[in-house]
Design a protein around this ligand. Structure first.
Ligand code: NAD
Length: 267
């Protein structure tokens, strides 16, 4: 039985992760924490997650709970994840990082620190999306230059980053598959008299509305037909289940940075 510490324990994902941990016989909740000004401070993490009392109080920082588990599961915000890995890595605490929107220098630092511990980092922990990552590039290669590539993603109104981490990963995979540089061909907005679509561009568009958990479409538009690859998350449980699966997997691996393709054996 391994013990996990959950960051952002009162967040949408944190609560579902605690739920999935509670249902699993191989992992238990050792510690939980939140922002120090969060209203759930000192509440029982099980009560907050809706699974009944677990005897684990929500603390105000990772330092308070770092000795209470072998792995930290972090679905919070980019600055928080960076702060957490700076504390976790020197102590050799394994991590599962699901936070999205980590970019630039921040991403470089997180990746460097993650390489020294057992860590899985993935913008999307669902099995379906990871299969989509695997086959989207193959489809682009087979269809070739005659098919326009567009990505459409839709998420709930509370999501802070755009495009989604998943859409960006799809864009990188697709651009790589057809030998294009995403920095040059990515088109994130269209308005006004913009002229005809170029052959090379890859459109990435974001919708934000209501409580949509997460939808991603890759559209290959040809002349006289189009092919669409669609993933729709019905709720957050697939991500939370994937995070627990990643935690159980990574604690048995050598130190290094992995993603869900490794966890699911899709490489
Ligand atoms: P949320 O806002 O509901 O939850 C985030 C929680 O983190 C909040 O409760 C917040 O108080 C807490 N937090 C912020 N700073 C903190 C800190 N310094 N220390 C401790 N806790 C802190 O958001 P959410 O919908 O649960 O999403 C969280 C992250 O996970 C986002 O980046 C989202 O895009 C990502 N996400 C990833 C996947 C995946 O499969 N990888 C799936 C869904 C969401």
């Amino acid at each position: 039985m391994i013990k996990a510490v959950v960051a952002g324990a009162a967040g949408r994902m944190g609560k579902r992760i605690i739920h999935m941990i509670h249902q699993n016989n191989e992992i238990s909740l050792g510690g939980a924490f939140e922002r120090s000004d969060h209203p759930s401070m000192n509440a029982d993490a099980g009560h907050v997650a809706g699974v009944g009392e677990l005897g684990v109080k929500i603390a105000g920082s990772l330092e308070d709970v770092i000795d209470q588990g072998e792995i930290l599961i972090d679905f919070t915000a980019p600055e928080a994840t960076l702060e957490n890995i700076r504390i976790a890595a020197p102590k050799g605490l394994a991590m599962v990082i699901g936070t999205t929107g980590i970019e630039g220098d921040m991403l470089k630092e997180v990746e460097t620190l993650a390489g020294n511990i057992q860590c899985v980092m993935a913008a999307n922990m669902s099995v379906g999306v990871n299969v989509m990552f695997r086959i989207a590039g193959e489809m682009a290669q087979i269809l070739g230059e005659d098919y326009d590539i567009e990505i459409l993603e839709a998420h709930h109104r509370m999501k802070k980053d755009a495009p989604s981490g998943t859409a960006m990963r799809l864009a990188r995979i697709l651009a790589g598959a057809v030998g294009r540089d995403l920095e040059k061909v990515g088109v994130y907005e269209r308005k006004g008299i913009i002229g005809e679509r170029t052959d090379q561009e890859i459109g990435i568009q974001s919708l934000r509305a209501g409580d949509i958990t997460g939808e991603h479409t890759v559209l290959f538009g040809g002349i006289g037909e189009r092919l669409e690859l669609i993933h729709r998350a019905h709720n957050r449980d697939n991500f939370a289940r994937g995070a627990v699966r990643a935690a159980l997997w990574v604690v048995k691996q050598p130190k290094g940075l992995y993603d869900m393709q490794d966890v699911l054996g899709l490489r």
